[in-house]
Write a protein that binds this ligand. Structure first.
Ligand code: GLV
Ligand code: GLV
Length: 334
């Protein structure tokens, strides 16, 4: 019989339908919150799965999925997958790097600008009817051009943000990363390596773009925030678990930090009331890669990866692109 594929969410039907030429496809047709038992039940007969960051797959799910051979994650971050457990079960895991790099960097830069120039706060104020007369002192913010941009996590997306800052906005770009980039790459993106303390202390705008793992849980905590300039802004487009959100809300409320832009949250889709109550934080609903063209490209890559991993279709024989950093496994947290 043809392999059975579970598709966990509605994606782009015309792209997902490419699987139907080779597989029996069990596609969820409406946006669905799948509790862990439902994921396990859906995987019970599956040879492969196309999943999103909403679906967590670990030992409990795998124990009930004896036929499973491949999981294609539609997204670059894969902390929803327990890679060690998938490896141990002989299941290939793939993600969708590269195709979303520039789109996600655009959103990161949009949040830097929106936080620094108080864009959403200004709009709310205008819509509330508070604008009586043009004034010198309305919504004074921080400059982006010519300031110091800090990047924590210098993968593909971090480099794309660095290029925007350096080449487009004349910024001084500092970064910190587990490993330092080769000198030629640093020069190309115009970024200088510093230790974490220096990055925190010198950045006017600090962007988090590092993959989440238990090792960097709350890497931005009260102590880290205390090292930042009171005029600085913090942007998180990676994973909510990197930031102690209560400490951030405290710092924003007390003026120890000027502004923030968040696309991801520790308990998303729940957003803490302490953040919702603040005016100096820009909040978006995890839309980093959400351009139409990029979302289509992500689904296409995930479909190609799944077919390659199952050795089916036009790509039969090509190696699937397995997740890049198998070391950063860790438990399924989020
Ligand atoms: C989305 O957050 C992704 O990791 O692609
Ligand atoms: C992470 O993998 C990135 O693309 O920056």
């Amino acid at each position: 019989p043809p392999p059975r594929i579970w598709v966990s969410q509605p994606l782009f039907d015309d792209v997902v339908d490419q699987l139907a030429a080779h597989c029996e496809v069990d596609a969820v047709r409406e946006v669905t919150v799948h509790p862990p038992e439902a994921v396990a039940a859906a995987l019970r007969e599956a040879d492969g799965a196309l999943v999103t960051l909403n679906e967590r797959i670990g030992p409990a799910e795998l124990a009930q999925a004896p036929k499973l051979r491949a999981v294609a994650n539609v997204g670059v971050g894969y902390n929803n997958l327990d890679i060690a457990a998938l490896d141990a079960a002989g299941v290939i895991a793939t993600n969708t790097p590269d195709v979303l790099t520039e789109t996600t960097a655009d959103l990161g830069f949009a949040l830097v600008m929106a936080a620094a120039r108080r864009i959403t706060e200004s709009e709310r104020w205008l819509r509330e009817g508070q604008w009586r007369q043009w004034s010198f002192s309305t919504m004074l913010g921080a400059d982006v051009h010519g300031s110091t941009l800090g990047i924590l996590g210098m993968g593909r997306i971090g480099q794309a943000i660095a290029r925007r800052g350096h080449h487009g906005f004349g910024m001084k770009v500092l970064y910190h990363n587990r490993s330092r980039l080769p000198a030629g790459v640093e020069q190309g993106v115009g970024a200088e390596y510093v230790d974490l303390h220096t990055l925190l202390a010198q950045s006017d705008h600090l962007v988090l773009v590092l993959p989440y793992s238990q090792d960097n849980h709350h890497i931005i905590d009260a102590a880290a925030l205390a090292r930042m300039k009171p005029t600085a802004s913090l942007v998180n487009i990676a994973r909510g678990g990197l930031v102690d959100e209560l400490a951030l809300a405290d710092a924003l409320a007390s003026g120890r930090l000027a502004a923030a832009g968040l696309d991801v949250y520790e308990g998303e889709p729940e957003v803490r009331p302490e953040l919702l109550a603040l005016r100096n934080v820009v909040l978006t609903p995890h839309i980093g890669s959400a351009s139409l063209a990029t979302r289509r490209a992500m689904v296409q890559l995930a479909v190609d990866n799944l077919l390659a991993a199952l050795d089916l279709g036009p790509d039969a024989g090509r190696p699937a692109t397995p997740v890049t950093a198998k070391k950063t496994t860790g438990a399924i947290t989020g």
